[in-house]
Design a binder for this molecule. Structure first.
Ligand SMILES: Cc1ncc(COP(=O)(O)O)c(C=O)c1O
Length: 430
């Protein structure tokens, strides 16, 4: 036993050594300035190794601990840990479908979106009702009001790039018209509106833990809700539709609840772990991902301070180019933690592709704003949907917006380099 313990300690120390000597040296033009990275060090790696050595890879006690810590951070009641933000979106809408009994109708959502937000609406038999966004990159209450009719059942919104939507006004509209809200907060972990975290306003909300996001578990996501009954439905859907939701003591004879063998199906005594009360999926993450997530939550406030600092530095320094580019507007009531830095080209003579290629050649990574106007994407040309009003600003963003990284791995030195690269680009054109 002592030998095992000693060897473990040796491994943990060696991993720590590796991270001590990992080079953080930035060489302008050589070191990539990325849009997102997995910010993990010996703390996460050792937690994962510990999990592997524990020998039980399936979601268990660490999963439960992660869910509790995530709920505590957000100050929400329930968190279901899942294998991606996309799964979280699908499970949240399917859960709400079962919870409310609403199985068809229109769901209002922004046309500027990521497929993972849009797809569940179509996949689960609803009709997307698309509206335009404004200079915050977000859906706005005025457009929601103009899209509401007697077919409308809900609103699936996104806090785009971490910039909070005007959620107080949208909640009021939803209450008045008896609509449910799902908040896709996949890129908005830590963003606040009126002092309250994004992801705590809707009937359900979703998060992604893919590396570019607030925290990472490799792949991963979560659905949060205040409603225990909805949480249970989503949990069952995640686990094949299994009725039993015991997460601890599952190796024990009777399960955590002690009732594992007190079930019957049509007078046949049956193991509760094989009673299926939903037609579900397997969207479970691994226990080692939960172990990584627990450490990441401990570091989240520090990560978010850095993201905010990076955004503020860019905002200040890029103001020099305000004739050419602008950043998104932010509501007075919002306190965003940006997922990336969206840059909108104002100057009609600037071609986005040209600027993006220039930056990419300087090893500064760029991305377009997800799918842009999703209706223009090849897979969606024939999708059945309703459109309310024009989608002019969505189209503008599809043409003229891109984003760069503000994640915690971006240093002041990198920001100086990126700003000087913009200067070079604009000066060369003058
Ligand atoms: C707004 C939004 N929703 C959902 C997702 C999907 O998350 P995942 O990659 O974890 O499936 C993403 C991914 O970037 C996203 O940006």
């Amino acid at each position: 036993m002592d030998e095992i313990k000693r060897n473990k300690e040796k491994i943990f120390q060696l991993i720590e050594e590796i991270y001590k000597y990992k080079s953080l040296h930035f060489i302008p033009g050589e070191t990539p300035v990325t849009t997102g990275i997995a910010l993990v060090d010996h703390r996460e790696i050792n937690a994962v190794i510990q999990s592997l050595l524990d020998g039980w890879l399936g979601l268990s006690v660490k999963g439960k601990e992660f869910e509790q810590k995530f709920s505590a951070y957000l100050n929400t009641s329930c968190t279901v840990f899942v294998n991606s933000g996309s799964s979280a979106n699908l499970l949240s809408l399917e859960g709400i479908k079962k919870y409310t009994g609403i199985s068809s109708g229109e769901i209002i959502t922004p046309a500027l979106t990521f497929p993972a937000t849009f797809n569940p609406i179509v996949q689960l038999g609803f009709t997307p009702a698309l509206v335009d966004v404004d200079k915050t990159l977000n859906i706005i209450p005025e457009n929601i009001i103009s899209a509401i009719n007697d077919k409308t059942k809900g609103i699936f919104l996104t806090h785009m790039m971490g910039n909070p939507v005007r959620i107080d006004e949208i909640c009021e509209i939803a209450n008045k018209h008896n609509l449910f809200i799902i908040e896709d907060a996949c890129g908005a972990l830590g963003s606040k509106y009126l002092g309250r975290y994004c992801g705590t306003f809707g009937l359900a909300s979703t998060f992604s833990f893919y590396p570019a996001h607030g925290i990472t578990t490799g792949e991963g996501g979560a659905v949060c809700t205040e409603y225990k009954e909805l949480d249970l439905i989503i949990r069952k859907l995640r686990d094949w539709g299994r009725d039993c939701t015991c997460t601890e003591g599952i190796l024990g004879i009777s399960g955590k609840c002690g009732n594992r063998f007190n079930y019957q199906i049509e007078n046949i005594d049956y193991d509760h772990r094989y009673v299926f009360s939903q037609i579900g999926y397997n969207m479970k993450p691994l226990e080692l991902q939960a172990s990584m997530g627990i450490i990441q939550i401990e570091r989240l406030n520090q990560f978010n301070e850095k993201r905010k600092r990076n955004f503020a530095l860019y905002k200040d320094k890029l103001a020099e180019f305000s004739d050419h580019i602008e950043l998104p507007q932010i509501s007075d009531k919002a306190d965003p933690v940006f997922f990336g830095l969206p840059i909108i080209i104002k100057d009609k003579s600037i071609i986005r592709k040209d600027l993006m290629l220039f930056l990419n050649n300087k090893k500064i990574a760029t991305r377009v704003l997800f799918a842009g106007n999703i209706l223009k994407q090849p897979a969606y040309l024939k999708v059945k949907c309703s459109v309310y009003g024009n989608l002019d600003y969505t189209d503008k963003l599809m043409r003229d917006c891109f984003w760069i990284g503000v994640h915690p791995g971006i240093t002041e030195e990198m920001i100086q380099y990126v700003v000087s690269s913009f200067r070079e680009y604009f000066n060369d054109r003058a």
